[in-house]
Design a binder for this molecule. Structure first.
Ligand SMILES: [Fe+2]
Ligand SMILES: [Fe+2]
Length: 471
């Protein structure tokens, strides 16, 4: 608590008390009634000092004979003095406009220097309504009052208490000092919102000039600090709004970019689908070209492709691998295009030389396909489709896992379809005979998983060759 001693025994002193949390209290105390005794009167005004504003340090130098030091960026403060006594109006002007105040004026970043200079501009009015009008005008012009010294009795018009309520409604930031010779009796007429307002203080007449300077200095310092805080808050809010707008713009750009990429991805997928259809069409055309030369095996590759596809799915291959498997199996005998038609259609058993030429179709197929940039190992599947698990196949005599899984599947489907169908040199052996062959050679010549899957599909009736097999 800081006790400002009264300037004389006839004047009232003011107590300013402060807490660490920044709360302040300003209240008038009573007239000295004896050594060390005062009669208290008037309500207390309390509130919170803005962050960064240390009213205690600002007022620590105060004494009745020295002006307050104001650590402020404002150079002048507008003070409104209202009293129906024109003589008192002159006194207000004389006191405030002539008294130099010790000001800590900013001179650079975080720097200030103390100067002594008048810092109050005083406007005087004598009636409540014209007081309210001048406050409204000051706010409209952007030059609001920091403090108002307001006489309570302003005959013949409304009272100062009415004017205080109107002033705070127009300018909630202003500080009002109600000046009266009858504080006790006036309190009962105070509206509730004014009773608890931290903008309202009391000073009892007759006052000492120094009290006016002290009130004006302290309240101007408080008003200025609060205004700076409001300005900082407004700047901060503006910054937050700008950053929010920038973030929203960034989000919108990102959203557009995501949409654009989704569209590109969709277009790529459509291109890929079209490309796969083209590949499929080209493969079918190639297969048909081969089979046109060999009417007895017409449809063989398509049926092998259908069974290979079903076995691949049954074995749990990915859809992509199944697609490659289907393409490769549809043209697995493409190498036969290099065989003379007489061999392809020969109605009797082939001799050793003819058999050698026929077996060369796997390598011939590889030679045709290996430069084609398929997304699957089509050429290798075609090359290996006559390899056997025990190494007795051709052309490379590969064994077990050295043979591509897709090639092992094609070999099972190829054998089943071939044995089930008619050939120029022999009649069809039938599906049961074909399934018996792969069962007997399960794990020996043929991949065990591929055989099991094929048998499951056939036994459960989940697959049948689409086009009729020659009986
Ligand atoms: Fe073949
Ligand atoms: Fe074949």
């Amino acid at each position: 608590m800081l006790l400002l001693p009264a300037a004389s025994s006839r004047c009232y002193a003011v107590i300013y008390s402060f807490s660490i949390s920044g709360c302040y209290e300003i209240r008038p105390v009573g007239r000295p009634i004896g050594p060390g005794k005062r009669r208290c009167c008037g309500p207390r005004a309390t509130g919170a000092v803005p962050v960064g504003f240390n009213l205690a340090s600002e007022l620590s130098d105060l004494n009745p004979h020295k002006d307050a030091k104001l650590l402020l960026s404002d150079r002048f403060f507008n003070i409104l003095a209202v009293d129906d006594d024109e003589g008192l109006q002159d006194i207000y002007k004389d006191i405030l406009e002539s008294a130099p105040v010790n000001i800590a004026a900013p001179v650079g970043a975080g720097q200030s220097e103390c100067i002594e200079a008048p810092c109050f501009r005083v406007t005087c009015r004598s009636q409540a309504k014209e007081t309210v009008a001048v406050v409204r005008e000051s706010v409209a012009q952007g030059e609001p009052f920091a403090a108002v010294f307001l006489d309570v009795n302003l005959p013949p018009g409304p009272s100062g208490i009415w004017a205080a309520g109107e002033i705070l409604r127009i300018d909630p930031a202003v500080n009002i000092v109600l000046v009266t010779g009858y504080i006790g009796s006036e309190l009962g007429n105070l509206p509730r919102q004014l009773t608890f307002s931290d903008r309202l203080m009391f000073l009892q007449k007759p006052f000492h000039p120094q009290e006016i300077v002290q009130f004006a200095s302290a309240l101007s310092a408080k008003w200025s600090a609060e205004r700076q805080v409001r300005s900082l808050n407004a700047n901060l809010e503006g910054l937050v709004r700008r950053r929010t707008a920038e973030l929203q713009d960034s989000n919108e750009m990102l959203r557009r970019e995501v949409d654009r990429r989704c569209q590109v991805q969709q277009e790529l997928q459509q291109s890929l689908d079209r490309l796969r259809k083209i590949i499929g069409g080209a493969v079918m055309a190639i297969a048909m070209t081969v089979e046109k030369r060999d009417p007895y095996t017409s449809g063989h590759q398509q049926r092998v492709a259908a069974l290979s596809c079903a076995i691949g799915k049954e074995m749990g291959l990915s859809s992509d691998r199944v697609e490659g498997l289907t393409i490769a199996s549809a043209i697995h005998d493409i190498g036969k295009i290099s065989l003379p038609a007489e061999i392809l259609t020969k109605p009797s058993q082939l001799n050793r030389m003819e058999m050698g030429l026929v077996q060369a179709h796997a390598q011939a197929g590889y030679e045709i396909l290996h430069n084609v940039d398929f997304p699957w190992p089509v050429a290798d599947i075609v090359l290996q489709h006559h390899e056997r698990m025990n190494g007795t196949g051709y052309p490379q005599h590969l064994m077990g896992d050295a043979i591509l899984k897709e090639a092992r599947i094609v070999s099972v489907a190829d054998v089943v379809e071939t044995m089930s169908s008619h050939r120029p040199y022999r009649p069809a052996r039938g599906l049961d005979s074909a399934l018996g062959e792969i069962s007997a050679q399960r794990g020996i010549l043929y991949d065990a998983d591929a055989v099991d899957s094929c048998l499951t599909l056939m036994q459960e009736g989940r697959f049948e060759f689409a086009s009729p097999v020659f009986a």
